[in-house]
Design a protein around this ligand. Structure first.
Ligand code: UD1
Length: 355
């Protein structure tokens, strides 16, 4: 078991990953700016993991901070070493993730995502910590020509957000060079959705959501009247876009498998698709969600959204081969857990409703 630093550990992916890592026996230090996350999420991580207040002090340390603050990052590594529990690996999830915002504010994205990663890597190097799992994205494949998408397919991001993820992958690959002293995994997520089955943690977008699942949930709970389906004329069987939706707990388990493999020094450099290999159209998702929740999802087909692509579908076989991971949850589990989270937390993590 190791002491790990989780950047962005309070976010959607971070909180679920922390639950899985704690359950596997790792001790965690979270650094999160709370720019797009809530401290309530980390309190609930402790609750789900059954940590007593004393255990929490040792096993789930939470530090509010920014990955661009080299002084703050340095102190985290120094303090851990002083306590005789040095940070042995990092799971780097902190970053900005709105495609639309990245188009209007590209420099902000290059600063937080790329410069932030550079700061983190330089502090890691200074403290002799060279094991990192990086949150990359399938968005770096742009508009692929064939499916399913394999890791060797061309990287051709079509928006600044994707460009920053591809840039960090390049930085990591340069760092690796031929010295083989780093242990690095880039996980290319497809569409992470769902929630922890307890309903205590889930996705809580701070502003108006852009992504399909939070919007479907909000229509189901009557926070929104209607779902706009972006395009009914795509080259797919029912005319709506197809995506590879992956349950957030499967994704979290992918992080555990990756960091454990790196800590065992099984590989120096891994690039892995984290998806299911199964695609669903927007209309299929609406149907599945209605069946599972018993709620009607009112929708209207509107124009295509700029920047969308007809199909996104992973070939996840490398992850199975290299780190023995594969998704085990299905679309019904995804819809059930998303709806459970939404019902129990109709307004997300609000201060007036700590479960
Ligand atoms: C989006 C991002 C991607 C990011 C991912 C994180 C874009 C263009 N891509 O992927 O970079 O990694 O989120 O999960 O923003 N849809 C509707 N109506 C809506 C919202 C979505 O029909 O109101 C459709 C979209 O057209 C798409 C599907 O639902 O076909 C999924 O959309 P979304 O959840 O936003 O994910 P992606 O666009 O695939």
């Amino acid at each position: 078991m190791a002491r790990l630093l989780i950047t962005g550990g309070a976010g959607f992916i971070g909180s679920h990953t922390c639950v899985v890592l704690l359950n596997a026996g790792h001790d965690l230090v979270i650094v999160d700016s709370f720019a797009n996350s809530s401290p309530i999420a980390t309190a609930r991580v402790a609750n789900i993991s059954g940590l007593t207040p004393n255990q929490e002090k040792e096993r789930l340390v939470i530090i509010e901070g920014d990955i661009r603050d080299e002084g703050a990052l340095s102190s985290i590594f120094e303090n851990a070493t002083k306590q005789n529990q040095p940070i042995e690996g990092v799971i780097h999830l902190a970053g900005l993730k709105s495609v639309m915002e990245s188009i209007t504010q590209p420099l902000k994205y290059w600063d937080v995502n790329v410069n932030g990663s550079r700061c983190l890597l330089s502090i890691m190097e200074a403290h002799n910590c060279r094991t990192i799992v990086f949150s990359s994205s399938a968005t770096i494949y742009g508009n692929p020509e064939s499916f399913p998408i394999a890791e060797v397919d061309p990287i051709q991001p079509i928006n600044p957000y994707g460009a920053t993820k591809a840039a960090v992958e390049s930085m990591l690959s340069n760092l690796q060079g031929n010295k083989a002293i780093w242990h690095i995994a880039c996980l290319r997520y497809f569409n992470p959705v769902g929630a922890h089955p307890s309903g205590l943690i889930g996705e809580d977008p701070k502003n108006i959501p852009n992504n399909l699942f939070p919007l479907v949930c909000q229509v189901a709970i009557d926070r929104r009247k209607l779902l706009n389906v972006f395009g009914g004329d795509w080259p797919t069987p029912d005319g709506t876009c197809i995506r590879d939706y992956i349950h957030i707990m499967d994704l979290a388990e992918g992080h555990l498998a990756a960091i454990n493999s790196l800590l065992r020094k099984e590989s120096n450099y891994l690039t892995l698709n984290i998806g299911t290999g199964k695609g669903y159209s927007v209309l299929e998702i609406i149907n599945e969600f209605e069946k599972t929740s018993g709620e009607k999802i009112a929708y209207k087909i509107v124009n295509r959204r700029d920047g969308d692509t007809a199909i996104s579908l992973a070939d996840p076989s490398q992850a199975n081969k290299k780190i023995s991971w594969r998704a085990t949850r299905n679309i019904e589990d995804i819809c059930r857990d998303s709806w459970n989270w939404q019902r129990l937390n109709p307004t997300g993590f609000t201060m007036d409703k700590v479960i």
